[in-house]
Design a protein around this ligand. Structure first.
Ligand code: IMP
Ligand code: MG
Length: 181
C-alpha cells in the first residue's frame, strides 16, 4: 500500500506525538466537566482509539456513521446518515471528533443537528485540516495538522474504502485517482 503513496506526510510516531499534545489540551480544558465525544465513522476509527486513550477523564462516546464521498475523491455535496437517531446531547459538553476538515459540509451539518438538541457546549476536534476556501465556515477548536489541499489516505482515511489501515498518513499518487474525480 505504501507504494501507492506519492509521499508520506506524517508517520505513526509523529501522529502519536501530536495526539499526546492534543489530549493534554483537551484534558486540561474539560478537567471539571464530563465530556460527550461524538465521533464520526469510519474515518476517525483510529483517532478515537488513540486520542481517547490519552484522555484520563470520565467521558461518554457516541459514534455517528455518515458518508459524504460515496467512495469518490470529491465531495458529492450530500450527507447520508446511516443511523436513524442522533445521540442525546441535551445539557452535555460535546466534542465532535472527525478525521479531516475538507469542505466543511460534514462537520457543519452534524454540528447543526447536535446544536438543535440543546447541548451545553459544542467543540470540534479534527486530526487534519485542509487549507482551502470552504463553502461552510467551520473553525475547529483542536487541529492535529494543517495540510495542503491534496487527497490523503491512511490512519483511517480511505480512497474507495482502501488504505484506512495504513499506519501513516500520505498523499495518494495522482495516477491512482480516477480521472473523472
Ligand atoms: P467535508 O464534508 O468535505 O469536510 O469532508 C469530510 C469527509 O470527507 C471526511 O470525513 C473524509 O471522510 C472525507 N475526506 C475529505 N478529504 C479527504 C482526503 O483527502 N482523503 C480521504 N478522505 C477525505
Ligand atoms: Mg470520514
Amino acid at each position: 500500500m505504501q507504494a501507492d503513496l506519492d509521499r508520506i506526510l506524517f508517520d505513526e510516531a509523529t501522529i502519536h506525538r501530536r495526539l499526546d499534545e492534543l489530549a493534554a489540551r483537551i484534558s486540561r480544558d474539560y478537567r471539571d466537566r464530563e465530556l460527550t465525544v461524538v465521533a464520526i465513522l469510519n474515518g476517525s476509527v483510529f483517532l478515537i482509539a488513540d486520542l481517547l486513550r490519552r484522555i484520563p477523564l470520565p467521558l461518554k462516546l457516541d459514534c455517528l456513521s455518515v458518508a459524504s464521498y460515496h467512495g469518490q475523491a470529491k465531495p458529492s455535496g450530500e450527507l447520508v446518515f446511516r443511523q436513524v437517531s442522533m445521540p442525546d446531547v441535551a445539557g452535555r459538553d460535546v466534542l465532535i471528533l472527525d478525521d479531516i476538515l475538507d469542505s466543511g459540509m460534514t462537520l457543519s451539518t452534524i454540528r447543526e443537528k447536535l446544536e438543535a438538541a440543546g447541548p451545553l457546549s459544542v467543540r470540534i476536534c479534527v486530526l487534519l485540516e485542509k487549507k482551502k476556501n470552504r463553502t461552510r465556515t467551520i473553525e475547529p477548536d483542536y487541529v492535529g495538522f494543517e495540510i495542503a489541499d491534496e487527497f490523503v489516505v491512511g490512519y483511517g482515511l480511505d480512497y474507495k474504502e482502501r488504505y484506512r489501515n495504513l499506519p501513516c498518513i500520505g498523499v495518494l499518487r495522482k495516477d491512482l485517482i480516477a480521472p473523472t474525480e
